[in-house]
Design a protein around this ligand. Sequence first.
Ligand code: AAL
Length: 406
Amino acid sequence: MILKTKLFLHLSLVALLVSCNSKSQESTKSDVKDSNSLQITKEQIDHLGITDENYLSAASKRALKWPTNLGNDWFIEFSYLQPLKGDLAYEEGVVRRDPSAMIKENGKYYVWYSKSTGPCDGFGGDVEKDKVFPWDRCDIWYATSKDGETWKEEGLAIPRGKKGAYDDRSVFTVEIMKHENKYYLCYQTVKSPYTVRVKNQIGLAWSNSPDGPWIKSKKPILSPADNGIWKGEKQDRHAVIKKGDFDSHKVHDPCIIPYKGKFHLYYKGEQMGEKITFGGRQIRHGVAIADKPEGPYVKSKYNPISNSGHEICVWPYNGGIASLITTDGPEKNTIQWSPDGINFEIMSVLQSVNAHAIGLNRTVDNEKDPTEILRWGLSHVYNSWNYQSIMRFTSKRKVEHRAPGE
Ligand code: AAL
């Protein structure tokens, strides 16, 4: 396992970073195999298709360090998204996005999601009155389905708080956890006014039934780090004196996993003064750990625990935690695994991930296969900037490549 993870670090990062930093043109002399540093077998040469073992390119040298017992278990392909039927089919004028994981109760799948109506106006106007993002002025709704394809919208689960509350502006991007016959919804919260610099927090609600009623935590269970310093008074999130920790601006996409007798709250951090790096946003994940589902949650000193990614998509596997990293950063489109829920290594690099803000299917036996939980689930899709809907994704293990009729 450890060997494999090291391999993939080589595959994606070393290839990207080390080769960028090394001299762009190697001399002919250094192309020649350094027989002291590489023990090469005939099988390796044949497997890798190397023309002359005395003339190894930089790529071949890296390939020769891959373990010979390389498996294919974590490599998958996503198919096209499929529309849902019933109440979750696309509806003009309505935002349904960021689906939670699915759980099965009373013979039905349950899903929770952010819901709002009407177009959004951005930050140019009156942020007290406008709807700035599709996920602004949301409440959390839920739906059920017998087959995961045709859904019935059951109604409101978590409304926004009363004026002045920490969640008075929007409650959104929800996840579900069932633990000892109790249900927990964790979600993002924003307090009005929704300015560019507004801090985002995480709230929690619990119930004895998936149908509610839900009791909300009086205070957020997680807040951004408070060690960044804005520059000037103008609402500009890029103007900072000090950026602060990776989560100094927003804590997002919460997902709680019961793990080794504790509760791991995985989340996405957004940093004040965020930059574009490696062609994407500077987004990283963190974990906060509690003894009880309600908290208090203490951020790990190892944070950030990813250097890339966007929405959180994590599941337990083989005594550790697996994580699908998408959208931003040099390690996007990889599946990673950690033996301890903190120290993640790359297990596979995916061609693309045709699913966003994934709602995992938590009803499967995720030990059957490392990626069993990704066989099908929910994703949101941008029908337009104003309106998003929920669709169904599928993926399969990539095990062969054959021409038609071959
Ligand atoms: C997402 C998530 C969070 C962001 C926005 C809504 O997909 O990362 O939830 O706030 O976009």
